[in-house]
Ligand binder design. Sequence first.
Ligand SMILES: [Zn+2]
Ligand SMILES: [Zn+2]
Length: 885
Amino acid sequence: MIPKDELAKAYDPKPVEEKWGKFWLDEGLFTADPKSPKPKFSMVLPPPNVTGILHMGHALCFTLPDIITRWKRMQGYNCLWLPGTDHASIAVHNVIEKSLAEKGLSREKIGRDEFLRIAWDWKEKYGGVITSQLKRLGASLDWSRERFTMDPGFSRAVKQVFVSLYDEGLIYRDYFLVNRCPHCRTVLSDIEIEHKDLRGKLWHIRYAVEGSAESVVVATTRPETMLGDTALAVHPDDERYARLHGRRVILPLQERPIPVITDERVERDFGTGAVKVTPAHDPVDFELGKKHGLEQVIVIDGSGKMTDAAGPDFAGLDRFAARAKVVERLTAAGLLVKVEDHEHAVGHCYRCKSVIEPHLSWQWFVRIKPLADEAIRVVEDGSIVFVPGNWTKTYFEWMYNIHDWCISRQLWWGHRIPAWYCRDCGRMMVAMETPAKCDRCGGRVDQDEDVLDTWFSSALWPFGTLGWPDETEDLRTFYPTDLMSTGFDIIFFWVARMIMMGLKFRGAIPFRHVFINGLVRDLKRRKMSKSEGNIIDPLEMIDKYGTDALRFTLAALAVPGMDLALSEERMAGYQAFANKIWNASRFVLMNLKEDRPDIRESELTFADRWIRSRLSVITAALTASLEQYKFYEAADLLYHFIWHEFCDWYIEFAKVGLRDGNQTTGAVLAETLDRILRLLHPFMPFITEEIWQHLPGAGKSITVADFPRPEPGWRDEALEKEMDFVQKVIDETRRIRTKNKIAPREKIKLIIVEGQAEGTSIASGKATIIRTESELLRGLTGAAEIEFGAAMPAGDDLLKGVTGPCEIGIIPPKPTDLAAERDRLQKEIAKVEAEAAKTARKLENADFVAKAPAAVVAENRSRLDELRDRLAKLGQNLAKLSDPA
Ligand SMILES: [Zn+2]
Ligand SMILES: [Zn+2]
């Protein structure tokens, strides 16, 4: 326990966050126990890339599930939230190869072993950045179970999955046309490619028909690939080309004859209706080539350079340079018939944005259909639920149209494919351990050079992290997990694959609920990006406003199915909310002795019973919102209840009770604050722990305190309506006072006339509550005397108003000693003038305005406005005093 001292005057988030962040971890409060008799609640953290730096998307993706897991922990669940990082092959390659390039090196120059050594060093040094940032967010993760996708245990799980899928025929190797990024120098899966519409050209090229003076024109968007053409295709029913059936044409520049084939897949209205066929460089042509037994001539290599097969004029050129040269040569030869503008979709690498190159090579694939069928079934039958539900449709659309998954990558950082090839007889062996020699001829073996797609290993995350393939206690206790919270952009990359692998290797779904976050955008709903300069950095926000304010902002904006429009103002607003809670708590604590007094039912005031009733309502509503992942609704409930009902009303009411020496009111204040802190804790963990620890009788930590339950016995709807009425009378009285500039210390006479109200139970009861609670009314309206009348009396000094069922009249006091009052007002004016002048000078100081935090400047501005308003009012009062008419 940290010793109790008085709550500081103002809330300073930084030391509080450091203190409790450390305390929670030191005390092991987030460490799960597989032997616990409590029901379990488990989640795995979507592992950020080791190269990651915390951004607002992470902040959202980690805050929302943290709210859930803190809430569950307080509800008595044995919670496990397991953290870890992903080795992120391509991202790490990008980082390291960039630094190699700066030294004039490349991965090929230094070799595989040296490259991996550098990568591991880099991981040890910088891989922890994202995890330390995660800790600042207050995410209640069990760091004792932290995993890395390339740690030995996890690597064993990856190998095991590969080998068993291979043994079952669900993994195979094939010579296939795949997507390759020439910059990253690796193949990519279909979903790692972004399609963008580009304005390109359509080149019309003339091919001569062999042995005749005839020719045929073909249209292409990629003239450089013609060097690898091995046929020309036309539709069998296309009358225009019937004469070409069975003939050959001469491939320009290469001067080699290629056959004319017919196929129904040729689109007659694309270009001229005659198309070139390049099986090694186009997916459609690849299929055509297989069907017609065509040769596959590779003219572009894996790094986007032309091969020797492209001919001596082109070999070694970059693909785009080769395009220009082909066009130039064709033009010179008079074979370029025309060039048209042409807009078409072009695939780009999702990481480096280079144009993708179709690439023919040996690759490994997962036969996905059998796995997908099961993964569809568990969503169809509701075993797995997407929140919001509309993502289910997206999931199905993809799953029904799924293609085999290319899992080999020509990278070094990652899980190396557990396949070996015999140098002598070419036999392939797939095994858990490196074979000593070929099991057929005894020859030496070499391991496959490629590594697995990073998503292959992340697909095993929910069970691989719990110790699988061993049947560990963790695995038995915490699998399946309960919730997966992630972004919509990785539903296919990750969520779908975790479902497939979980079902395949555990025979059970990996999680019950999939909560899909929105995107964090700016106020104008633009994506945050470096080029737009509109990035809001979470760590900067934490430094400025505190972690709790950031967390509360994200929760308040998290409307299911919507993107978040984030602004700094919102965070400043919730920082003010934290300060409001802090100040209210100071008031409550100041009125508490060492122990909390007992609550005596008989001593409960009207206001005490009201706040308890409201608390019960809010507790039930909040719980319902969290059960449905309606974070924005939960945040809204808390904000309004705490700020308006508790701080603005109840504390004011309680002051009346405390003045009367009512011990029970003091106890209800403490009870309400205690419950508020617990309700708020999942959203604002730091400030709530700090305040809660100051309450007499607080336990070890609020993180493991009971989450409040609604108290049906406290609910009193009729009383709430009565309070609503009392508040209306007070509001109206205050409004009249303000309008007529009656100073707060001036005691008035309040006259209430009960009129005909619109059908409330209050009205029919003739508003007895305002009679029984006249003490409360007096306390909050500054009335020295209250009169209940049947009709409003006449009188010059009577100020009138109406609220709901009542007419309100106010008679202000008559200043008795005019001279003394004038003197007092003049002194007051001088004081306010001096302060206003001081504040104005501050704001005229350009240096201050430029350097002080925006919130401080804004505070000064509104302070100045306030002071000026007050001066105006004081001046008017002074004038009134001199001329009472
Ligand atoms: Zn790339
Ligand atoms: Zn062999």
